[in-house]
Design a protein around this ligand. Structure first.
Ligand SMILES: C[S@@+](CC[C@H](N)C(=O)[O-])C[C@H]1O[C@@H](n2cnc3c(N)ncnc32)[C@H](O)[C@@H]1O
Length: 338
């Protein structure tokens, strides 16, 4: 089902409003990135490749785990302040969500908003996005729902800006910003500030905290995070014909305090060779494939990042344990429209 659907891709971080020029998502990108990543001294793959249909549904299960505090904490902040946030946003708003996943959090906002006009969920996980968008259409019949299958680290081709009726709002929850390297987070935020010019962004981020809490959240007792981590290998075997022996890679997640980030790795439990797309890669015992960073933030660091990206920080909403933060960031009007 591809009605109301646009694709966005290519190479630099930029924004365009011309959906007609958008090519399909490049199918060979995973193969290229995996081969490049496996050839590096520290083997690495982008966490965006976790998210096929299976990865997205594993992430949904993570969100329900008792150890995984971020989802329920962010939801609680949203529920508590939804009315106030909705008043800030005003009537007839357009919500653009980056990495929309199952679209549960945005419902709290939509339920509080005055006649929201359009919802544009953007996600790389196509079937999960389209299924969730269909559920949104049924739940909010008056809302225009326009899913966008896109890698938001590439060019973002947003649906054309219609004659302004309400505010253009970005919504980026789930602390997904923490999966970017700091320089990429800045680039993304700059792109966002341009895309939302004259509007604002609501950003949800995980704060620096006791490493024990973090360790538990990324090493759950049921092993769902471990399955999520290994899903990138399962996906490589299925989509690229790679030869990863899944049970010979152990999940490892730990807090790297100097970098203020959780690191996830897959540890080779023996010496082994893996073939991917005609090339072979050797793993020694204990060698890792680095699959994800999840940076944690301080309020001060966030404000600096937002200012450098061109946003003007507004109000923030934090839970009483100082675990998670929602920030309002104004995107000044672009110069050409000012
Ligand atoms: C950590 S989950 C957060 C999901 C949801 N926003 C939440 O708060 O629960 C990250 C989401 O971003 C999507 N995603 C990850 N990398 C992406 C990329 N480069 N471009 C578009 N979507 C991406 C994933 O498919 C997933 O739905």
């Amino acid at each position: 089902m591809k009605d109301n659907l646009a694709y966005a891709t290519t190479s630099a971080s930029a924004v365009s409003s011309d959906a007609d020029d958008a090519p399909d998502l490049p199918p060979k990108e995973f193969l290229r990135d995996l081969k490049r990543g496996l050839a590096r001294p520290q083997k690495i793959i982008s966490p965006k490749y976790f998210y096929d249909a299976q990865g997205s549904s594993l992430f949904d299960r993570i969100c329900d785990l008792p150890e995984y505090y971020p989802t329920r904490t962010e939801m609680a902040i949203l529920h508590k302040h939804a009315r106030e946030i909705a008043l800030h946003i005003g009537p007839h708003a357009e919500i653009i969500e980056f990495g929309s996943g199952s679209m549960d959090k945005v419902r709290v906002l939509l339920d509080a908003l005055d006649r929201p006009r359009r919802y544009v969920p953007i996600d790389i996980s196509e079937s999960h996005l389209l299924d969730a968008a269909q559920r949104m259409r049924l739940a909010y019949p008056a809302l225009e729902v326009e899913p966008l299958v896109a890698d938001y680290t590439q060019v973002l081709v947003l649906p054309p800006d219609e004659p302004p009726q309400g505010r253009r709002m970005g919504f980026f929850p789930g602390s997904t910003l923490g999966n970017f390297e700091p320089q990429d987070a800045l680039l993304f935020m700059q792109t966002c500030a341009k895309a939302l010019a004259g509007g604002a962004l609501i950003l949800g981020v995980d704060l620096v905290k006791n490493p024990d809490l973090l360790h538990a959240a990324y090493n759950d007792a049921q092993g769902v995070t471990a399955d999520f981590n290994r899903n990138v290998l399962v996906r490589a075997n299925r989509e690229l014909g790679a030869s990863f022996q899944i049970d010979q890679f152990a999940h490892s997640a730990f807090y790297n305090a100097p970098y203020q980030r959780i690191e996830m790795h897959l540890v080779s439990t023996c010496q082994q060779t893996v073939s991917v797309g005609g090339a072979t890669f050797r793993f020694s015992e204990g060698e890792t494939l680095h699959t994800e960073n999840s940076y944690k933030f301080t309020l001060d660091g966030l404000h600096q990042l937002a200012l450098r990206a061109g946003f003007t920080p507004g109000q923030n909403w934090i839970d009483s344990d100082h675990t998670f933060c929602l920030l309002w960031l104004d995107a000044p009007p672009s110069r050409s429209h000012a």
